[in-house]
Design a protein around this ligand. Structure first.
Ligand code: ATP
Length: 380
């Protein structure tokens, strides 16, 4: 419809001016070009959209592709569509799924945009009250990376990875970053819940690429926070969402299985919910070493306070009283107390802190904590 109308209208104009001189001929040519452009535009509108898929495998029988809902098909490749490789993103025809074209960005996305990749700078002395945990993580991660020959001589295989578990804010991330610092390893941080919520349909692919990146940047540590979002026991994997999480989890297991114990990539999983983890993730050969990171003891709290008070003027502070009053606080709580105490001093136009600032800060942090817990009971 549109095509005919457009042509008639432009045809009239052409006819109306065709008896003119060279100026009109020029105009005529421009209008003809416009018609051609409009025709090709209309042809484009008529085209059926092509589907974006992942090429899984190439064989003599054709190509195996994975369509966005996760199903896989054996399909053929159109003439002239060469240089395909497994892992490429391709455009396929919707009816018979023939591969028409490879999309330029073969990876589909740049994995470094979705994970945090850094070289942390956290010395061991930044950690308070975690002596046992520090020793253990050094044995499992640092020693094999620094002295692999020792393990060969003794004839044992160090674990490929470990699981850090315990209350939120007890210093699990800090421990992982400190061991990355001491081994000069690249720290690749992934959040389990993001992997399964943000990248629907892409979780397994992303896991694959994260581990590829870890190999490229080795020595490296892959730190998976909120591992339980990915590796929880599943009783029912009926829904497509659950199947997707399961696929991502399976990919994670196969990546871990693909590493050598004495390789220079280590995996550290982190969770507050060890009780719901699928035991498959902590089997021998996977994250077999489990390290519990507890809420600090009184002595631990004293050390953590010392770390976070280091740059404050605390000459007038009775540290032991503060340590006593902060029972049950985690490292993250203690850090918050120090910041709050500093704010009380600023509000009183002082540059030094007093015991009273800390006591008020402790009360404030405790109140916030309790409000948070109430919120969780009401809504969570
Ligand atoms: P989550 O489970 O919520 O991820 P987490 O156990 O990983 O928590 P971190 O992120 O390591 O806790 O801790 C948060 C902050 O609290 C740290 O950046 C640090 O400033 C402080 N902190 C926690 N534990 C300690 C500790 N043992 N010594 C010194 N500082 C600590």
């Amino acid at each position: 419809m549109i095509k005919i109308k457009t042509e008639e209208k432009i045809g009239d104009i052409i006819f109306g001016y065709s008896t003119g001189g060279s100026h009109l001929q020029e105009e005529n040519a421009i209008l003809r070009e416009t018609i051609a452009q409009l025709k090709s535009e209309l042809d484009r509108f008529r085209q059926v959209p092509l589907m974006v898929c992942e090429l899984k495998e190439l064989s003599r029988d054709g190509a195996i592709i994975k369509i966005p809902n996760g199903n896989q098909f054996l399909v053929s490749v159109a003439e002239g569509c060469n240089k395909l490789r497994a892992g490429d993103m391709v455009l396929v025809e919707q009816k018979n799924l023939t591969i028409i074209k490879r999309i330029q960005s073969s990876k589909g996305f740049n994995v470094e945009k979705f994970v945090i990749v850094e070289k942390p700078n956290i010395p061991w002395k930044e950690l308070g009250g975690l002596e046992e945990q520090v020793n253990e993580i050094r044995e499992v991660v640092e020693l094999p990376l620094k002295k692999p020959e020792l393990f060969k001589k003794v004839g044992i295989q160090p674990p490929k990875g470990l699981l850090l578990y315990g209350e939120p804010g007890t210093g699990k991330t800090l421990l992982a970053k400190a061991v990355a610092t001491s081994t000069n390893a690249t720290f690749i941080e992934v959040v389990g819940s993001e992997l399964v919520q943000k990248f629907i349909g892409e979780g397994a692919k992303l896991v694959k690429e994260i581990f590829q990146l870890a190999r490229e940047k080795a020595p490296s540590i892959v730190f998976i926070d909120e591992l339980d979002a990915l590796a929880a026991k599943r009783l029912d994997i009926g829904t497509s969402g659950e199947r997707e999480v399961q696929r991502t989890f399976m990919q994670l297991l196969s990546e871990i299985d693909g590493f050598k114990n004495l390789g220079n990539v280590k995996i550290i999983g982190c969770t507050n919910r060890k009780d719901i983890l699928d035991p498959a993730i902590t089997r021998p050969g996977r994250l077999e070493r489990k390290i519990y990171v507890p809420v600090p003891t009184k002595e631990g709290r004293r050390e953590i306070f010392r770390i976070h008070m280091r740059d404050m003027d605390t000459a007038k502070v009775e540290t032991s009283r503060i340590v006593e009053c902060s029972g049950g606080f985690t490292g993250a709580d203690i850090k918050a107390v120090c910041t709050e105490a500093g704010y009380f001093a600023i509000r009183a136009e002082r540059t030094y802190v007093e015991t009273a600032d800390f006591l008020r800060a402790i009360e404030k942090v405790r109140r916030k904590e309790e409000e948070g817990k109430e919120y969780v009971t009401m809504f969570g």
